[in-house]
Design a protein around this ligand. Structure first.
Ligand code: NAD
Length: 269
């Protein structure tokens, strides 16, 4: 495939939240490589965001960095406005920002519950709403095989797999599942596509404590029938394809990119 044919997102504009590290960084770079101009959101890691920008520019696309907290309504709006001001439009929102704040349920404070809900669920709601309000201004004929905009939620296999000690995280991710489906149903008439990607175990800073030890890696691998721990690129490739017109008939779906983690691996005997 020639370099030009690879530019499947040429002319598109994407906002990626939490794009200074891990999966968000991988998606922002992959979309930049595919030809999209990208608003690179970071929360606290400015250096990480600069690295994302460097990679996007190296690939010949443009990027702009914006510090913002997705859980604040004015920041969510600013993300969308930044795309419009710098690139005159918005085509893609990747709601990726997320945190874990693990705690046994009996000890979990309201603050620990709320913080995860604010970032992992309310933040996604705020950004999705700001993006959708922009998308609905654009018109496409109902029979056209292209959408006016794409929203992708980065959820988790823990939207369906319970996980002790993380009631806040699993509840937020399960909530995302219904948010995604409801938005897909409600916004389909405007030709807005809404989907989720649910990663399994991907090597990033969120789970570094586990995969950086041999014991942790072995424990992780027991949960993965496909036999390898995922990399941000595994998610980035799927996300990039999902927002192209090749996937135009997909909406309201969760794609599990998990090496089979959702296959109840402990039942393999
Ligand atoms: P990560 O810690 O590298 O990335 C999370 C990003 O979100 C960081 O850049 C962080 O700064 C940003 N962020 C946190 N709070 C924010 C806020 N309020 N506003 C804006 N940005 C904020 O970890 P990751 O694994 O790349 O996580 C990305 C997403 O993938 C998360 O939603 C996570 O739940 C999900 N996920 C990760 C895995 C995995 O195994 N790594 C598995 C399933 C789901």
């Amino acid at each position: 495939m020639s370099k030009l044919e690879n530019k499947r997102l040429k002319g598109k504009v994407a906002v990626v939240t939490g794009a200074s590290s891990g999966i968000g960084q991988g998606i922002a770079i992959a979309m930049g490589k595919a030809g999209a101009n990208v608003v690179i959101n970071y929360h606290s890691d400015e250096e990480g965001a600069k690295e994302t920008l460097r990679q996007i520019e190296k690939a010949g696309s443009k990027g702009v960095i914006l510090q913002a907290d997705v859980a604040k309504p004015q920041d969510a709006q600013l993300l969308i406005d930044t795309a419009l001001e710098n690139f005159s439009k918005l085509d893609i929102l990747v709601n990726n920002a997320g945190i874990q704040q693990d705690q046994d349920f009996l000890e979990m404070s309201l603050e620990e519950w709320q913080k995860v809900m604010d970032t992992n669920l309310t933040g996604h709601f705020l950004c999705a709403q700001a993006a959708a309000k922009e998308f609905v201004k654009r018109k496409v004929k109902p029979d056209e095989r292209t959408s006016v905009g794409n929203i992708v939620f980065i959820s988790s296999v823990h939207d369906i797999i319970p996980w002790a000690g993380r009631a806040n995280y699993t509840s937020a991710k399960a909530g995302l599942q219904m948010l995604m489906k409801t938005l897909a149903q409600e916004l389909g008439k405007y030709k807005i596509r809404v989907n989720a990607i649910s990663p399994g175990a991907i090597k990033t800073s969120i789970n570094q404590e586990v995969w950086q030890t041999k014991e942790g890696r072995e424990k992780m691998l027991k949960q993965i029938p496909y036999g390898r721990i995922g990399e941000p690129e595994d998610i980035a490739k799927v996300a990039t394809w999902l927002v192209t017109d090749e996937a135009d008939y997909i909406t309201g779906t969760t794609i599990y990119v998990d090496g089979g983690m959702t296959l109840y691996p402990s039942f393999d005997e």
